[in-house]
Write a protein that binds this ligand. Structure first.
Ligand code: ADP
Ligand code: MG
Length: 569
C-alpha cells in the first residue's frame, strides 16, 4: 500500500476554471463588484475597530467602459492589497481572503456583510477577458502593486505608482465577449445584480435638473448639472427594521423592485431572523385573482444584498412562489442542485420559518380586520388553498382563517360553517354534508332548490377546488362535500317543515320515469322537486364521485406551476 498527494497542476486547472466555473459568463461583473464591496466594507470595519488609521470618508465603486481600448475598469476605494497580499490572495487559486478575514475578526465582523467565501470569484474575470491587471494600493504604508496575467499560469508583479488607496481591476475584454463593452449591456448587468448592494456604484454621469431660480423667466430652461450616475440603492427597505418603516415605504420599495408593476400589493410580510439562521426580506401578496400563472415578477433571492437568482424553487415552499419580494440570506447554499437544496437542513428551516410568518400575518389580518380580509379573499385564496393542500403545518394554521364563501356572498370560517349546518345538513350516517356550487349561473336551479330546503350552499370556484375538497374530507372527520347537482343532496335529513308538492307521490313517480327514459343515460338521476318552489320542477343529478374524478383528472398531473403530481391523493 502507498499513500501520496495528488498533484494538481495549475496548467490543467486554469482552462477548467475558465470554462466551467460559472455557466453564466455575465456574473464576472457581480463577482468583481462583490470583491470591491468587500474591500470597502473591510476597510470600514478596520477603521471602526481602530486597526486602520486612514480616513474612511464616503467611498464609491466606479465602473468604466473604454470601448476603444477594449477595456473594462472596476475601481474601488477599499483597503487595497500590498504586493505580498496579492501573492497570497490572488495567486493562490481557491484561497479566500474573505473567509480568512471573517475567521480573523470572528466576533466583530460577523455582521460586516462580507460577501466572498469560495476564493474563486476573482478568476471569473478570465471568462470574458484575455488579460487582467490589478493595480492596488494598500491602506498600509507600502508601495502600490501592479499584477498582470494573460490567463496562462504566468503572472507579473511589479511596483506601481498609484497614489490613492484602493484597487483598480482592468479587464482586457476578449474578442468573443465584446458585448461587455456596450454601455447598455453593463447597465443591464448592474441593474440586475447590483441594484441593492451596500456601497454606492457609479457608472458614468447623468444630468440632473435643478429648480429654477426665483427671478427666472418662464421661457428660461431649468438649469441642469452633471452628477455621478449612481446605479444602486445601498440601503434597501429589507435591511431596515420593520419599526422604522411606514406602509408607504413598503409600497415604494415594491415599485423599486418591480418598476413595471402598476398595481399595488395587497400587503407585505417583513422577514427578520438571526437565529438559528440569518434571513431578512420582504414578501408581498400581489392581487392574484384566479390567475395561478401570474409568475412574471418573482421573488428575488439575495445574499448580503447581491442578487443571486429569481428562481426560489426549493427555497420557499411551492405555494409561496406566487408571492413577490426579496429574500436575503447568506445561509442558503448556492451552486447546488434544487433537489439537494430541498434536502438541506438549513433550507428546510428557512422554508418552515417563511411558511409560519406568512400564516401568522394572514391570521393577524383576519383577526384585526375581518371585513377587509374578506374583501381580499378572492385575490389571496389560491395561495392559501394551495398552501393548505401542500403543507400540513400551514393547513393547521389556515384552518382558523380560511374562508368559505357562500352563494349569498357571505364568508364563513370552517368553524362557523360547521355550527351553521350541523343540525340541518347531516346524512343518515350522521355525516356532515357540505353543499357547494362551482358556478352560480350554470347551477342556478340546483342552488335555488337547495336553498328552498333551507340548506347553506358554498360557492367554491377556485381552480384547485376539487383537490381542496378531497383534502378537507380526509382531514376533517365525518364530513363529505356534495356539489348541488350531486345525487347525495337527496339523502340529507331534511329540515322540519318539509315543502309540500302539488303532485302526489304516484304522479311524481310516473313523471320521474318519463324523464329518466327521455335522458337515456343511467349515470344521471332525476329528482322531483316541490312544484311551488321558485326552482325547477325537477333536477337531474350525477354521482359526486364521477364528476369529481373527471375534474381531478383535468387539473391533476398536467403542467402549470401547480404540478399536481405531488399532491396528496
Ligand atoms: P473571495 O471573494 O471568495 O474571497 P475571490 O477570488 O473573489 O475570493 O478573491 C480572492 C481574494 O482577493 C479576496 O478575498 C481578497 O482578499 C482579494 N481581493 C480581490 N479583489 C480585491 C479588491 N478589489 N480589493 C482588495 N482585495 C481584493
Ligand atoms: Mg469574491
Amino acid at each position: 500500500m502507498s499513500t501520496g498527494k495528488i498533484n494538481v497542476s495549475v496548467e490543467n486547472i486554469f482552462p477548467l476554471i475558465k470554462k466551467f466555473l460559472y455557466s453564466d459568463h455575465e456574473i464576472f461583473l457581480r463577482e468583481l463588484i462583490s470583491n470591491a464591496t468587500d474591500a470597502t466594507l473591510k476597510l470600514k470595519h478596520l477603521t471602526s475597530i481602530g486597526e486602520s488609521k486612514v480616513e474612511y470618508g464616503n467611498p464609491l465603486i466606479e465602473v468604466k467602459v473604454d470601448k476603444e481600448g477594449k477595456k473594462l475598469h472596476i475601481i474601488d476605494q477599499g483597503l487595497g492589497m500590498t504586493a505580498d497580499e496579492v501573492e497570497k490572495y490572488i495567486n493562490q487559486v481557491a484561497f479566500s481572503g474573505a473567509e480568512e478575514f471573517l475567521n480573523k475578526y470572528e466576533d466583530s465582523a460577523k455582521d460586516a456583510g462580507i460577501i466572498g467565501h469560495f476564493g474563486l470569484g476573482f478568476y471569473s474575470a478570465f471568462m470574458v477577458a484575455e488579460k487582467v491587471e490589478i493595480i492596488t494600493k494598500s491602506h498600509k504604508d507600502e508601495p502600490a502593486a501592479h499584477w498582470s496575467c494573460d490567463g496562462s499560469p504566468e503572472f507579473t508583479l511589479v511596483e506601481a505608482d498609484k497614489a490613492e488607496r484602493g484597487t483598480e481591476i482592468i479587464l482586457h475584454i476578449a474578442e468573443d465577449s465584446t458585448e461587455f463593452l456596450e454601455e447598455g449591456r453593463i447597465t443591464e448587468l448592474l441593474t440586475k445584480y447590483n441594484k441593492f448592494m451596500p456601497v454606492p456604484i457609479k457608472f458614468g454621469m447623468k444630468t440632473e435638473t435643478l429648480p429654477k431660480p426665483e427671478d427666472a423667466k418662464e421661457e428660461d430652461p431649468a438649469p441642469t448639472q452633471e452628477v455621478d450616475n449612481i446605479i444602486n440603492n445601498p440601503n434597501p427597505a429589507w435591511t431596515k427594521q420593520p419599526t422604522d418603516l411606514e406602509d408607504a415605504d413598503y409600497k415604494s420599495f415594491y415599485r423599486e423592485l418591480y418598476p413595471m408593476q402598476f398595481e399595488e400589493p395587497l400587503f407585505n410580510i417583513h422577514l427578520n431572523v438571526d437565529y438559528p439562521f440569518n434571513l431578512t426580506g420582504i414578501l408581498y401578496f400581489p392581487k392574484l385573482g384566479q390567475d395561478m400563472n401570474a409568475q412574471k415578477d418573482r421573488i428575488q433571492l439575495y445574499q448580503n444584498q447581491v442578487f443571486v437568482t429569481d428562481n426560489v424553487e426549493g427555497i420557499v415552499p411551492d405555494f409561496l412562489t406566487m408571492l413577490r419580494g426579496v429574500i436575503d440570506s447568506p445561509d442558503i447554499p448556492l451552486n447546488v442542485s434544487r433537489s439537494y437544496l430541498q434536502a438541506d437542513g438549513a433550507v428546510k428551516k428557512i422554508s418552515g420559518y417563511i411558511t409560519r410568518k406568512v400564516a401568522d400575518k394572514l391570521k393577524s389580518l383576519f383577526n384585526n380586520d375581518r371585513e377587509d380580509f374578506e374583501k381580499k379573499w378572492n385575490d389571496i385564496k389560491v395561495v392559501i388553498e394551495y398552501g393548505m393542500l401542500s403543507e400540513e403545518k400551514f393547513f393547521e394554521k389556515a384552518d382558523k382563517f380560511a374562508l368559505y364563501p357562500t352563494v349569498d356572498d357571505t364568508y364563513l370560517t370552517w368553524e362557523e360553517l360547521e355550527t351553521k349546518i350541523k343540525d340541518t345538513q347531516t346524512d343518515k350516517d350522521n355525516k356532515l354534508v357540505v353543499l357547494y356550487a362551482s358556478n352560480k349561473d350554470e347551477q342556478h336551479a340546483y342552488i335555488q332548490s337547495a336553498k328552498d330546503k333551507g340548506y347553506e350552499v358554498l360557492l367554491l370556484d377556485s381552480p384547485i377546488v376539487s383537490h381542496l375538497i378531497q383534502k378537507l374530507e380526509t382531514s376533517k372527520e365525518n364530513v363529505s362535500f356534495v356539489r348541488v347537482d350531486g345525487d347525495h343532496v337527496d339523502n340529507l335529513i331534511k329540515k322540519e317543515e318539509e315543502q309540500i308538492s302539488k303532485l302526489s307521490d304516484e304522479e311524481k313517480e310516473s313523471l320521474k320515469t318519463v324523464i329518466t327514459d327521455a335522458i337515456g343515460d343511467t349515470s344521471y338521476t332525476v329528482q322531483m322537486e316541490a312544484m311551488d318552489s321558485e326552482a325547477a320542477p325537477f333536477i337531474i343529478t350525477q354521482p359526486e364521485f364521477m364528476r369529481r374524478m373527471k375534474e381531478m383528472q383535468q387539473t391533476g398531473g398536467g403542467g402549470g406551476m401547480f404540478g399536481m403530481g405531488n399532491m396528496p391523493d
